[in-house]
Design a protein around this ligand. Structure first.
Ligand SMILES: Nc1ncnc2c1ncn2[C@@H]1O[C@H](COP(=O)(O)OP(=O)(O)O)[C@@H](O)[C@H]1O
Length: 299
């Protein structure tokens, strides 16, 4: 696979050597002829059901490979949390472009200063830089035998989506939704352990439902005692910067939702609450089963 602009012949710098096929996935293998997402509100499976395509000659001989999924959704909605859980469940890498950007800006590389200025203002990094970082991450993963991916934070512009769609088939795009006032509270409550990198949230959210929607509660996700003195806040999680990131999401990333909606690949998932309420419902929407979760619940 190559990550490139325009025709493969036109591509030179934005290249991505694809991962070699490797038996990496544990329990689930994705049959790429099978998945169909209800993309229209008129479809009875809408909004959150992934259905199976009717048997067809193509479906009789499916090509088996690991999932190639994308998470969309506003900053702070929970893409990282659910992408990371699904990545463990499916045995595919969770690739968050925000993490790639943060790694780069924390390094002493030539891009570090430019990236930190953009991120701290809530602006997007250029498509070229992000594609280079992502290509390198996929190349390194390919060399280690990774196959499949769950992308989080990419594509974030229509141009990024076109480049991605030009080089590979995305199977499914999960669009996480949550009220914007809750998203803001969640972003402001985010904390990271500076030692282990664990993600926590100190916000205790209890919000009355509007327009016939149920109330939403999200308990804080508190750190274990050995992390609690080492918590830091992301420099871009201030109210002003989060509001700017939300504005940019609506302007540049919402059209990406629309483009995948038109392709019939968008699975809309409205988060009903925190992880205990949302995770089982998301698995149900994806026709997946978390054996480990059930076992730990039964223990
Ligand atoms: N696909 C992308 N295109 C451009 N910039 C990106 C992309 N992914 C991440 N970034 C940069 O990294 C920052 C942090 O990204 P991320 O951790 O995904 O934050 P968020 O919480 O806003 O989803 C973004 O505000 C942006 O500056």
């Amino acid at each position: 696979m190559q990550l490139s602009e325009g025709t493969p012949a036109a591509s030179s710098t934005l290249r991505l050597a694809g991962p070699p096929p490797a038996p990496q996935s544990r329990r689930y293998r994705y049959r790429d002829d099978e998945l169909l997402v209800a993309s229209s509100p008129k479809d009875p499976r809408f909004p959150a059901t992934v259905a199976r395509k009717a048997a067809s000659p193509a479906a009789a001989t499916p090509r088996q490979r690991n999932v190639q999924w994308v998470f969309l959704g506003c900053p702070g909605v929970g893409k990282g949390t659910y992408a990371s859980r699904l990545s463990s469940l499916l045995g595919v890498p969770h690739i968050a472009t925000g993490d790639l950007v943060r790694d780069e800006l924390n390094s002493s590389g030539p891009l570090s200063k430019q990236l930190s200025e953009l991120v701290n203002q809530g602006k997007l990094v250029s498509d070229e830089i992000i594609i280079n970082l992502l290509s390198k991450r996929l190349e390194d993963g390919g060399a280690k035998g990774e196959s499949g991916f769950i992308l989080d934070g990419f594509p974030r512009t229509v141009r990024q989506a076109e480049i991605l769609d030009g080089v590979t088939d995305i199977d499914l795009v999960i669009n996480l939704k949550l009220r914007e006032d809750i998203i803001l509270e969640k972003c402001l409550g985010r904390r990271i352990c500076s030692q282990c990198g664990g993600n926590f949230n100190i916000a205790n959210i209890n919000i009355k439902g509007e327009n016939g929607k149920p109330d939403i509660s999200m308990a804080p996700l508190l750190p274990p005692s050995h992390c609690s003195s080492k918590l830091i806040t992301r420099s871009d999680d201030t109210e002003e910067v989060v509001k700017e990131r939300l504005r940019i999401y609506h302007e540049l990333s919402e059209p990406v939702e629309e483009s995948y909606r038109k392709q019939g690949k968008l699975l809309e998932f409205e988060l009903p609450g925190g992880i205990p309420e949302s995770w089982p419902k998301l698995l149900q929407a994806l026709n997946l089963d978390d054996h480990d979760d059930k076992q730990s619940a039964a223990a």
